[in-house]
Design a protein around this ligand. Structure first.
Ligand code: ADP
Ligand code: MG
Ligand code: ZN
Length: 478
């Protein structure tokens, strides 16, 4: 925290929706197809073509609004935002301006510095994306309009954040929500979740906001943090040197870790917004809102509470497991099959997440399904295998996709619980380590761990450790 200046941040986030078709036409939104193959007169902006609003986009907008405590407008308007650029064939972008679909929302975020804090959401509006310019080696440029008319939600926050930590906490939470809602794939690198950060500083105690700059091209959480921190330092330097911060748009260069001025306020566009005469005002009834509300999944915040209250999990476990919707689903299926939540949680957070991370896989690609994992846990429970062997079984299942019972049978991993057999091994271990036996008998009880370890080693982990312990104690006190 700076001693002289307070930092003020407001964020604008573009959320690309995962609808199958575009916002105003039936063209596919699939990524990575050959240039201009997903176009029609509407998204090419041909004269006379008329836009037709995609119902799913409206429902996604309502979902986002409800999940962020917004008021859903009963009537909202599409406007034309006019500017010229070769990736925008119509010469205007259809967006919402004066009457957006959602307003007056908020999210409670949490940071280590300050704990919980409420950040206002000014508005969420629907709009279309532009196409993409491809710059060729011969210095010519080509335009691909597959992305033109792809649906976006723009989520605009109040200037309520006071540090880069708060900005990141807000963004991560918003990201988590739109992915949970299933309306966005959340991929920052591919541009499905794009953030512009507005940053200003002001002397502590000053009411009016300072002059802001707007940072663009921030395609990872790390870059966003870096860019904000760089910008705060830059503005402090400008003021300390007697200068004035000018309102401008700056482009972040992640390689250099600096931002550069792109355009100042004087060069800013005048978009000459006006209502789009081709689209009727959008009416949203209470019934429709309620219908959408009923489709909302349980959101992470509620899940975290339930995992603690109903399952008795520690807050930490609940937070990790609820962080991702698919992970939470995996965990809940597992608990249904093996009703000891804390043991399930340990395995999911330990073995499952560990292995996924190592192999760089997502939970949906986990080769050990909840059903297969429950099979392992049940065999630990009935003493067929030890916890240690269970981890080997887990790896085997990961490789082969077989069930725990198959693996245990084929590899002869059943725990030895037959006293006679264990006794033979115990005798061997004691005979091979007379020095340690003497130490133990002289009062060094810690040696017990050593003996149990030796027995487990000699049996390749198959001896029931409780029984080995008992037998060792008995033999050593003879
Ligand atoms: P524009 O559309 O021109 O970017 P807006 O008024 O819609 O302008 O503001 C966009 C974002 O900038 C909002 O998230 C808002 O909270 C934030 N913002 C506005 N003024 C400031 C400021 N002085 N410092 C930091 N953020 C600001
Ligand atoms: Mg802006
Ligand atoms: Zn089209």
């Amino acid at each position: 925290m700076n001693s002289r200046y307070e930092v003020v941040i407001g964020l604008e986030v573009h959320v690309q929706l995962t609808t199958k078709t575009k916002i105003f036409c039936g063209c596919s939104t699939e990524f990575g197809q050959s240039p201009n193959s997903q176009t029609c007169p509407v998204c090419l902006g041909l004269p006379g073509a008329l836009p037709v609003l995609n119902r799913q986009v409206v429902e996604d907008g309502i979902k986002a609004g409800l999940a962020t405590n917004c008021q859903i407008a009963p009537r909202s308007i599409f406007a034309r935002k006019n500017y010229f650029y070769p990736d925008l064939p119509k010469g205007y972008q259809i967006s919402q301006f004066e009457l957006p679909i959602c307003e007056h929302g908020w999210m409670d975020i949490e940071t280590e510095e300050l704990g919980q804090k409420r950040v206002g959401i000014t508005r969420i509006h629907m709009e279309e994306d532009a196409g993409k310019l491809l710059h060729n080696e011969d210095n010519s440029s080509s335009v691909d309009l597959n992305r033109a008319c792809t649906p976006l939600l723009e989520v605009v926050s109040e200037p309520d954040m006071r540090s880069s930590e708060e900005a990141i906490a807000y963004l991560k939470q918003l990201h988590q929500i739109v992915v949970y809602l299933g309306i966005c794939d959340g991929n920052l690198e591919e541009g499905s979740f794009r953030c512009d950060a507005n940053v200003s500083i002001r002397p502590w105690g000053q009411k009016e906001l300072g002059t802001r700059s707007e940072l663009k091209n921030l395609n990872s959480f790390r870059f966003i943090k870096q860019a904000i921190e760089y910008e705060v330092e830059r503005q402090i330097d400008v003021i300390d040197e007697g200068g004035k911060v000018v309102q401008e748009t700056r482009l972040f260069d992640p390689d250099a870790g600096v931002s550069r001025s792109m355009r100042s306020k004087e060069e800013a566009h005048d978009y000459r917004y006006f209502p789009d005469p081709d689209l009727l005002p959008l009416q949203i009834s209470e019934d429709w809102i309620e219908q959408v509300r009923r489709q909302l999944p349980e959101l992470p915040e509620a899940k975290i509470v339930r995992f603690q209250d109903e399952m008795g999990l520690p807050a930490y476990d609940a937070g990790v497991l609820a962080a991702e919707r698919r992970l939470a689903e995996y965990f809940e299926v597992l608990v249904q099959l093996y009703n000891k939540p804390k043991i399930c949680s340990n395995w999911v957070m330990g073995e499952v997440l560990g292995a996924l991370k190592e192999k760089n896989l997502e939970i949906v690609d986990c080769p050990v399904s909840p059903e297969l994992l429950a099979g392992i846990l049940l065999r630990i429970d009935d003493n067929t295998i030890s916890g240690k062997i269970a981890k080997i079984v887990f790896e085997e299942i990961w490789q082969s996709g077989k069930t725990a019972d198959q693996v245990i049978e084929e590899k002869g991993m059943k725990q030895v619980s037959d006293t006679g057999a264990i006794e033979v091994i115990v005798d061997e271990v004691l005979a091979a380590n007379p020095g340690q036996v003497a130490e133990y008998r002289a009062g060094k009880e810690k040696m017990m761990g050593f003996f149990v370890g030796q027995v487990m080693k000699a049996s390749k982990g198959k001896v029931n450790p409780g029984m080995a312990n008992q037998l060792l104690k008995k033999k050593l006190s003879e």
